[in-house]
Design a protein around this ligand. Structure first.
Ligand code: HEM
Length: 218
């Protein structure tokens, strides 16, 4: 079996099932009355976190391909992105249906009033065209160039997702800051190769115990 076949036939279906586990756990905890004192809050938090995690994992695929040399990993990217949208949709539905009883006026007012909700809502709106154009047919219809340009929105979604999380957390910013650091790290890989080299060089110069002259000889 080739590496591509292994990924398509084995890893992809396995990952598809694994990514349903967070939802299955929420359903199971719901039925067994184990969602804590505020079930809606628990569901909002879990679905939001999974939407963000999967968005960052989607962004991690290109760097992972570069670092490991396993370019076939790219075949998992689309599914990860669609799953991120799926959890964002569940997150939004929890907020809209369970929290706001689908009161459109109240939702729009909240989106306008609370900046972190404005950011979350904007990210959700941007994820919609990305998910809708993820099929082979849509890629063909749009043409590779336009499709690629549209899908650059995913970087804005990543940034927005992290800002949304950072903004809503009141006291302990440790977790959202970790997500921000991961997002920035992933963005470093998108910089042009020359800029990446300059950053690597600067980083080496600041490492303790390394003298710049030995580094320059390397
Ligand atoms: C449809 C638009 C969205 C709305 C209305 C919304 C709203 C909310 C609300 C009300 C919370 C809970 C705040 C609290 O407990 O104080 C929350 C948490 C969160 N949301 Fe969103 N959100 C949206 C979109 C998104 C998207 C697209 C992402 C990720 C890409 C996301 C990621 C998160 C994360 C990570 C949390 C925090 C979870 C935690 O505290 O453990 N949200 N969101």
């Amino acid at each position: 079996m080739t590496r591509a076949q292994l990924i398509i036939r084995l890893i992809k279906p396995a990952l598809f099932l694994i990514l349903l586990v967070p939802l299955a756990l929420l359903v199971e905890q719901g039925f067994s009355d184990n969602l804590g004192a505020n079930p809606v809050e628990t569901i909002t938090h879990q679905t939001g976190l999974w939407a963000l995690r999967l968005l960052l994992l989607t962004l991690a695929i290109t760097p992972l391909c570069k670092l490991t040399g396993v370019n076939e990993l790219v075949r998992l990217r689309r599914m990860l992105g669609v799953y991120s949208f799926f959890y964002a949709l569940l997150h939004f539905m929890t907020y809209a249906v369970l929290d706001h009883s689908f009161d459109v006026a109240a939702i729009l007012l909240d989106v306008a009033k609370r900046p972190y909700v404005t950011v979350g809502f904007s990210v959700f709106l941007m994820l919609i065209p990305l998910a809708m154009t993820s099929t082979n047919g849509m890629i063909k219809r749009l043409g590779g160039k336009r499709w690629k340009r549209l899908h650059k929105l995913v970087y804005l979604c990543g940034l927005g997702g992290v800002i949304h999380y950072l903004w809503l957390v009141k006291a302990d910013t440790f977790s959202p800051l970790n997500y921000l650091a991961l997002f920035l790290l992933l963005m470093l890989f998108r910089l042009p190769a020359r800029t990446q080299e300059k950053i690597k060089h600067l980083f080496r110069l600041t490492l303790p115990g390394r003298r710049s002259d030995t580094i320059l000889k390397e």
